[in-house]
Ligand binder design. Sequence first.
Ligand code: SDX
Length: 432
Amino acid sequence: MNNEKSGSEAILTVEGKTYSLPVVTGTENDKAIDIGTLLQKTGYTTLDTGYKNTASCTSDITFLNGSEGILSYRGYGIEELAEKCVFIEVAYLLVHGHLPNPAEYENFRQLLKRFALIHEDMIHFFDHFPPNAPPMAILSVMVNSLSSYYPEMSLDPLKTLDTAAARLISKIRTIAAFTYKKSMGHPLVYPRSDLNYCGNFLNMMFDKPVYPYTVRPEAVAALNKLLILHADHEQNCSTSTVRLVGSAGVNLYSSISAGINALWGPLHGGANEAVVTMLETIHQDNDNFKKYIEKAKDKSDPFRLSGFGHRVYKTFDPRGKIIKEACDDLLVALNVSDPLLDIARRLEEIALNDEYFIERNLFPNVDFYSGIIYRALGIPTNMFTVMFALGRLPGWIAQWKEQQEDPDSKIGRPRQVYIGEPSRPFVPMSKR
Ligand code: SDX
């Protein structure tokens, strides 16, 4: 990487022998001990369940500072990007490493337009899912299927990557909208050449033959902001999944499909759906906040406050702050009120003044308020994590590309510490 510095060292003493391990220092002075030679030098591996203390790679895509609540893509602060860009500009930035100039931007727009349709044969796939199939299950199947329709991606990944990236960023939007339309039994609405990325998505979702949909600029602006805020987040669970699957030489579409499945989890991208379900439950339980705060604190109760806490952020998630403000703006602009927003605000206020959450540095994360905006846009709860995937896709592509371009990249293959049975003689069936 262009900013990786080394020079200092870490000293490890084990079984009376002393070893020197290089220290790697990142652009923002983030430091790591390079244990690449540890096993060969010492015979020891490291144990780090959940990789809380482990950097899996060096990367020049996204920087997080969890204690100060800082997030930047390719060196640009998330606040400025969310305020001054549209989503496809940020998608280009993540995939190509720089903000597009007017010619690059126009070319990217034309590629997204060219790739907006999906193969008509793929539309028949929707007819063979059960009626209430989870949209995330459909999304991962449809994205994986793209590898069958565009096999050239497997033959020479990096040569065809720019096209594959634009194709995927455009088609995932169409697949998501078609998934919703099919679930509603409504006729499909095809992408239009006169609408921008977000406007096309909203139109494909909500336009109907009998009730034409008006694409509101406030709705387009809110969706652009949401997708930008979800676009990348360094080595989170789903991105690490995309990298691990890609490290085995799997094509981009199938690697992304694996990432979609990882994002589905309620501890990860599925939290945005879980937040709204939680807020609805509290609302139906006479807004009994105290009961649910106590449940979240009770170790014997599996209930957790969805949308709260983060592996890296030990202060406000910068994305959550921006989304919370955008909530207010959009609801006023659309003249919509949502009782769940008031409940979310009240829950946040109570939690942030409770010792349990304070001492564990548990703050609202990106998922706590995003569902309120999706609801105001008319997007159903079971599509919220699909929206997260639409936003995260450029980040997944950029991370997959970075790994493919890294000459030192190897297949990901962690070790373990075996704690099972010692070697023992075989017992024939007659003696068991
Ligand atoms: C995303 O990694 C990323 O970057 C992810 C993401 C991205 O953009 O890709 O930011 C997107 O996934 C955001 C997180 C969405 N998930 C949720 O909102 C689900 C609820 N949150 C928790 O499950 C939890 O906070 C995690 C999963 C997000 C983080 O878990 P960690 O880092 O493994 O922390 P932990 O489980 O060890 O918790 C530390 C303590 C524990 O208590 P003690 O054992 O110390 O007494 O905090 C408690 C936990 O019980 N805790 C919570 C809690 N989150 C942590 N208690 C109640 N409610 C919560 N939400």
